[in-house]
Unconditional design. Structure first.
Length: 206
């Protein structure tokens, strides 16, 4: 019954093929980002993935990363589920600025910029897709809809510090996903993807 509810919830979101292709491309870039320097993530306090999972991502081939990235939702997060964060961050009187941001490498800021642009686009055109793909709640969707495109570059400089792996507190999900990709096991991969849909749906249906 739970699996049927999750699949129905996903179908009813009517996510376009173009959005799915974009989120899969971003997922692949995110896995590349983690794999390029797996130990550096936790030392900076970002991805918060268990070290063994990070080290599983690093040796994945491009084809294996593509398989792992082939999920109907984002594998990355920029506090999209946190309404209070974005309500504060996007308040007109917010005093946050680029000087408040910790020093970060350009690749992480570049990724944050792309992820924020994607989030702004999805929130602007399809509220239900923003919920499924990014885990946004309605308050955050509305906040992103109110943004103008020229705000995104400045946001990337500060928000890149919050870039993390989605469901970083669920190592069983990440272990299942990377294991299935390593073994090129399509059945295991589908089960891991379903677990991600269940985690997404639980946040909105629970």
């Amino acid at each position: 019954m739970q699996e049927a509810n999750v699949k129905r919830w996903a179908r009813e979101s009517h996510v376009s093929a173009a959005m799915l292709e974009s989120v899969r491309g971003l997922n692949h870039r995110f896995l590349d980002l983690i794999g390029a320097a797996p130990r550096a993530w936790n030392s900076c306090g970002f991805a918060r993935l268990p070290p063994d999972v990070q080290l599983r991502i690093a040796p994945l081939t491009p084809a294996q990363k593509k398989s792992a990235a082939n999920c109907p939702y984002a594998l990355f997060d920029l506090k999209f589920h946190d309404d209070s964060h974005w309500r504060t961050r996007l308040h007109p009187d917010s005093s946050w600025n680029v000087a408040d941001a910790p020093p970060l490498d350009d690749t992480r800021v570049d990724f944050a910029r792309m992820a924020l642009f994607f989030a702004w686009h999805v929130a602007s055109v399809d509220k239900l897709a923003a919920r499924l793909l990014l885990g946004m709640n309605d308050v955050t969707v509305a906040a992103f809809r109110a943004l103008t495109i020229d705000c995104l570059a400045g946001l990337a400089a500060t928000e890149a510090a919050h870039l993390s792996a989605r469901w970083s507190d669920c190592p069983t999900y990440w272990s299942a996903l990377t294991r299935a990709a390593t073994r090129s096991n399509s059945a295991q991969l589908r089960r891991a993807q379903l677990q991600g849909l269940q985690l997404t749906a639980a946040a909105h249906l629970g």
